[in-house]
Write a protein that binds this ligand. Structure first.
Ligand SMILES: *Cc1c(COP(=O)(O)O)cnc(C)c1O
Length: 402
């Protein structure tokens, strides 16, 4: 996850990946309300298929699922039961509120809380049966304090930092923790985990350094299960799988590793409607601050999607700087001018017959516009594209069974 913004591939013009095999066709299928300006279509059966494909790839290691941030913006209430149905029993969320929701959607699942124990929150976490991922000795103490005399506190996980310097105990702190016999007696550490900084670059030397540090630490807690890899890490090979992998993005169809094609397919399509098509003469200005000037007569479609719907304002285009695009019947039509709150303007001059018309749908994310390309064109990553999807579009869940 080191330098994703600097990726050179894929780009809008050069997606460098084979087109998704399973074209998501259902965006325009009924029952879309006539007043819906856009549709987010989410294929729950494909999320299950993606989970199964990853589970198969890492077996005999186990495969969990990261469902934080409302299942990466796709709707935890629908995604979590689908994953549970596929056999997924280990869920990772960020917060206490997300853990509560996850346990309501998947009673019986083991839910790990990546943000650990906030001051004063231990009792409530234990009360709902969630497992905090403890990242400090203070958190371990707060959890141990819940233990009745002579028995350990409920199972929890331990986050050790192997070089990301984000969350977790350093190797020294870890050594101090495990040498505190009194404290350790009151803890039941079911999982030891760490997180990789550069797993999206298979050749990066940090992968090996972090792997070695993780092996050193986990060997001192032989009874705990161990977890190191997320979506990109699990593509680094068996050595990185340990007992449990924790993919998020890949379940949602994301290609986290630019060098290795993860065996998953897209699950989300986002389409929005054209409100108006008009001809702009040569010299005409388009959008706020008149940042775009038509060099020749252009046909411009105004689409009912803006930054409130998750179209990044960084996807705006001036004459000097190209921005994002939408896909119209398999052709990319560039955004021209500024992205505003509710609207974008796209140049559909070259789309061909029949000319795009009022009420037609265009894709913001879809078979011709993979998440990675959409992220790149807004100077961000597909992860942020997903988690910023707005709530205004009609949400259509598809499930064609196993
Ligand atoms: C978000 C997160 C994951 C999932 O990462 P993906 O790249 O989406 O697979 C795994 N582990 C930790 C600690 C995370 O914060």
């Amino acid at each position: 996850m080191s330098d994703r913004n600097a990726r050179t591939t894929p780009t809008i013009d050069n997606p460098q990946r084979e087109a998704p095999r399973r074209v998501i066709e259902w965006a325009q299928a009924p029952p879309i309300p006539p007043g819906a300006t856009g549709v987010v279509t989410i294929d729950l059966s494909q999320i299950r298929a993606n989970w199964r494909a990853l589970a198969k790839r890492v077996a005999p290691a186990g495969c969990g699922a990261v469902v934080k941030a409302d299942a990466y913006g796709l709707g935890a209430a629908r995604v979590i039961p689908a994953l549970y149905h596929a056999g997924c029993r280990n869920l990772f969320v960020a917060t206490l509120a997300e853990a509560k929701a996850a346990l309501a959607y998947a009673p019986g699942a083991t839910v790990y809380v990546l943000d650990g124990i906030l001051p004063g929150a231990a009792r409530e976490l234990a009360g709902i049966g969630a497992r905090p991922v403890m990242a400090s000795i203070e958190e371990a103490r707060a959890w141990a304090a819940l233990a009745p005399p002579d028995s350990p506190a409920p199972p929890a996980a331990l986050h050790v930092d192997t070089g990301l310097n984000r969350l977790g105990l350093s190797e020294d702190e870890f050594a101090a923790l495990i040498s505190d016999a009194e404290l350790m007696r009151r803890l039941d550490i079911a999982l030891i985990m760490s997180h990789l900084a550069c797993a999206d670059e298979a050749q990066h030397p940090m992968n090996r350094e972090q792997l070695d540090a993780f092996k050193r630490m986990r060997s001192k807690l032989p009874k705990a299960r161990a977890s190191l890899a997320a979506s990109d890490g699990l593509m680094l090979g068996k050595e990185f799988h340990f007992d449990l992998v924790r993919p998020g993005y890949a379940l949602y169809g994301g290609q986290a590793s630019p060098q290795r094609v993860t065996p998953v397919e897209p699950v989300v399509r986002v389409s929005a409607r054209i409100l108006q098509v008009h001809e702009v003469p040569a010299g005409g200005r388009i959008g706020y601050s008149a940042t775009y000037r038509a060099a020749s007569p252009r046909r411009i479609a105004t689409v009912a999607a803006g930054y409130a719907d998750g179209v990044f304002r960084h996807a705006s285009a001036s004459n000097e700087t190209p921005g994002g695009a939408v896909a119209v019947r398999g052709k990319l039509a560039p955004i021209v001018g500024r992205v505003s709150m509710d609207l974008i303007t796209v140049d559909v001059t070259d789309v061909g017959d029949p000319a795009p018309a009022r009420g037609d749908f265009v894709d913001l994310i879809g078979p011709d516009l993979p998440l990675e390309a959409v992220g790149l064109s807004a100077r961000t990553i597909g992860y942020e594209v997903l988690t910023r999807l707005g709530t205004r579009f009609y949400r259509h869940y598809v499930d064609i069974g196993d």
